[in-house]
Design a protein around this ligand. Sequence first.
Ligand SMILES: O=C(O)C(=O)C[C@H](O)[C@@H](O)CO
Length: 256
Amino acid sequence: MPAPENPFKKALAAGDMLYGCWAGFADAYATEILGTAGFDWLVLDGEHAPNDVRSLSVQIQALQGSASHPVVRVPIGEDWIIKQVLDAGAQSLLVPMVDTAEQTQALVKAMRYPPEGVRGSGAALARASGFGAIPDYITTANDQMCLIVQIESRAALENLDAICAIDGVDAAFIGPSDLANDMGYRGDATQPEVMDAMQDALARIKASGKAPGILAVDQDTALMYRDWGGQMLAVGIDVLLFAQSARALAAKWRDG
Ligand SMILES: O=C(O)C(=O)C[C@H](O)[C@@H](O)CO
């Protein structure tokens, strides 16, 4: 029995439009609820939400029966955390702050067992292999790995074509907020220079044959990014959805 097929990897390659949402409560119960909403994918955010490997692992479990595919964002693109979240059952990783082709090549290797890569072998302990119930996991897992690199700096834009040319990259995901910061427009991704850079980057990613990804937290921006070629399109953040609706409700009753 081989490693489970990665439907998200397949859908990205097929060019399917895939709508996602950030899962930032770092809580399995909240993520399980979000998993009933109907998104194609959810980012379990290990970079900016208070997650650790255990909280990420239980959220992956909570999405077991959901149509929403878990995309785990690691805090940093390093071998040790990549092998831990893959062993926990993640098959699709979003890696922040990827600036060079060399970095990208190392990430591809970190996600794969030798000889293609350097992923450490711990299948018997790993939830990913069904704790040894999938006998062929170690020989078939490499093909199901899905790498989404985050493009969020001027250096990444400069190296974008070389990054997208790396075998093993499935998608390149623009981080509007960090990109704006790096371009000198801290907190404002609506600046024309940033918008032009993002539109150009989405087109270049698409032209490379990889899936273009990006995040928007309002409908008009999401529609614009989709028109620019955004295929892996995050259209919301659960924490923001909750906070904004709670504030609106309080204001409604408080202020009449
Ligand atoms: O730079 C960005 O924008 C992202 O990578 C997304 C943010 O990290 C996300 O937390 C929303 O602000």
